[in-house]
Write a protein that binds this ligand. Sequence first.
Ligand code: SAM
Length: 308
Amino acid sequence: MKDRFGRPVKSIRVSVTEDCNLRCFYCHKEGEWHRHTKEMTSEEIERILKIARELDIRKVKFTGGEPLVRNDMVDIIRRASPIMDRDVSLTTNGTLLRKYAYELKDAGLMRVNISLDTLSREKYERITGLDLLKDAIEGVYAAVDAGLYPVKLNMVLLRGINDDEIEDMIRFSADSRSILQIIELEVPVEKEYTSFFRRYHVNPKFLEEHFEKIAERVEYNELHRRKRFIFQFNGKRAEVEIVRPMHNSEFCKYCTRIRLTSDGKLKPCLLRNDNLVDILTPMRNGASEKELKKLFVEAIMRREPYWK
Ligand code: SAM
């Protein structure tokens, strides 16, 4: 199904909880800025995914908070995988992944993104508030071992913190057989002039230009409409992608995603909270499938590009 701007909606990003075992200082919390307690159950998530599927949405990414702090995440994946047959993925900080990687793979998880901004124990604690770098790294290796593919490392570029670690991160991704995704720090327009954003934001365009020159090969990732830079490190292949959302109209033009907050509200855009559609309350109050589908369509129709 297409929105008013002709953009097809093909995937849903489901936040399963607002809880997290880390406290990353820059976290956008998937746009869930108001704490609430009414988390969806695994059955409710399954039911909403079935409605999404009727609208031809066949890809899901689970996020949070930290999805793996929910003790039924394997069950959620098991319920989602027959419905979302094109893609079932998860974004996680990886600190609990060693325990779950094989079970998640068995349940139908296809691929995973693991947040890893630094390889320095001290910086990791400074960014996340916890001394869990070792666990996150073990999570990366467990995911690769379990056969999740691809395993992508999400590195949010932060001025003065990890912008000197790019080469080390590329090397680590090659060693661990993962793909490095360097992500621009993103905030809504009203926060662009805060001292926080000015202090930490780096526009990664210069990196793209630099990689164009030094990469062994540049491929084009059709799915995400981004370049992928291929390097060789000690005979090992390294792959790097750069995600540049800020003021990027192309980013919004090709957005095919709708979001679902952990308290069951359809969210047309990460950076907006003024156009949500509550689907969980009507569901709990006994709404029919037809009524719920109508709410879904309403949310799709509220989608509009943020960066124009
Ligand atoms: N806890 C999980 C994790 O760490 O992946 C899932 C939630 S986290 C909000 C999802 C991703 O968003 C992480 O890779 C994180 O680094 C990224 N992220 C958080 N805040 C961001 C921001 N302000 N700009 C860009 N990316 C951000």
